[in-house]
Design a protein around this ligand. Structure first.
Ligand code: AMP
Length: 290
């Protein structure tokens, strides 16, 4: 496996291959990322290479978010990728990605006055995570398009855990006629049902136990749905009871059509139930797609 840090070295590498698949990540890899990587490797065809990018993208973090303290574990991540059979880890820094110098924290202080951004449609951004994370999805779409261009990937793997991101990337691919096949991978959870996330590292024992509320609420919805309850008002009210004593600080708990991200009153196939909440100041997200 090769670890490549510059765009020119990456381009040198891919010129011998007509087929590349990409797994974009911000590192601190866990079995959730592992599921994406394993799927990419399983679906690899002859003369295809699997690239995992590891880049904590400064332009997708807002002021006051956790860019500086986001876990960075490149050495462990490289071992993780090598053991799974990845061909290349692409781990650029911010200066390399954005072509300007970065500060000691690899922060480039870019604004859209200085960079060409990809801005997903406002109506799809101004909901779920985009509502509180202003500018986040512009940063995500911009870096993902850059990574698609740099790697010339024909396939790219994204997790359903970040459902709005997955939705917006598919939309970008369609709207901008990109020749990349977007593959999605179901959420990977730990043994107690907590969706794996690099941010789970911040949770202490109390926080961890509270964080399980997110999945419990989603499971409650599923349990009632399986019994025939489809009315969103009833499902919402029953599920929210599990957050008694305000275990978690709910930012949103919404029922949307995953075809267009519009709110629904009745749960049907392709409804997404999405939740974001803070647990001891740590922001977590989870969802279930019916
Ligand atoms: P991140 O490193 O958090 O930017 O995540 C990189 C990719 O891994 C994204 O497509 C995420 O949706 C995906 N991912 C992260 N956690 C999980 C998980 N628990 N299950 C499935 N995919 C995940």
């Amino acid at each position: 496996m090769e670890v490549i840090k510059t765009i020119s070295d990456l381009k040198d590498f891919i010129k011998d291959y007509n087929n590349v698949s990409l797994v974009p990540t911000m590192g601190a890899l866990h079995e959730g990322h592992g599921a994406l990587i394993k799927k990419a490797i399983t679906e690899k065809t002859q003369n295809e290479k699997v690239i995992v990018s590891i880049f904590v993208n400064p332009i997708q973090f807002g002021p006051g978010e956790d860019f500086n303290k986001y876990p960075r574990t490149l050495n462990e991540d490289v071992i993780f990728c090598e053991e799974l059979g990845v061909d290349v880890v692409f781990a650029p820094n911010a200066a390399t990605m954005y072509g300007i110098s970065s500060d000691e924290n690899d922060n480039v202080h870019l604004s859209n006055n200085y960079l060409t951004y990809v801005c997903p449609p406002y109506l799809l951004v101004d909901k779920l995570c985009g509502k509180s994370r202003v500018g986040h999805f512009d940063g995500v779409a911009t870096v993902v398009l850059k990574l698609f261009n740099i790697t010339q990937a024909k396939k790219a793997y994204f997790g359903q855990k970040d459902a709005q991101q997955l939705f917006l990337i598919k939309k970008m691919v369609k709207d901008l006629n990109l020749d990349v096949d977007i593959k999605s991978v179901p959420i990977v959870r730990d043994k107690n049902g907590l969706a794996l996330s690099s941010r789970n590292k911040y949770l202490d024992e109390d926080g961890y136990n509270k964080a399980l509320t997110l999945n419990k609420m989603l499971n409650k919805v599923k349990e009632l749905y399986d019994k025939g309850v489809v009315n969103v008002k009833i499902l919402f009210e029953e599920a929210i009871l599990l957050n008694n004593d305000d275990k978690v600080e709910i930012e949103y708990f919404e029922f949307l059509d995953f075809n267009n991200l519009e709110p629904v009153n009745i749960v049907t196939k392709n409804t997404i139930v999405a939740i974001a909440a803070k647990v001891n100041k740590i922001r977590l997200i989870d969802n279930m797609i019916f």
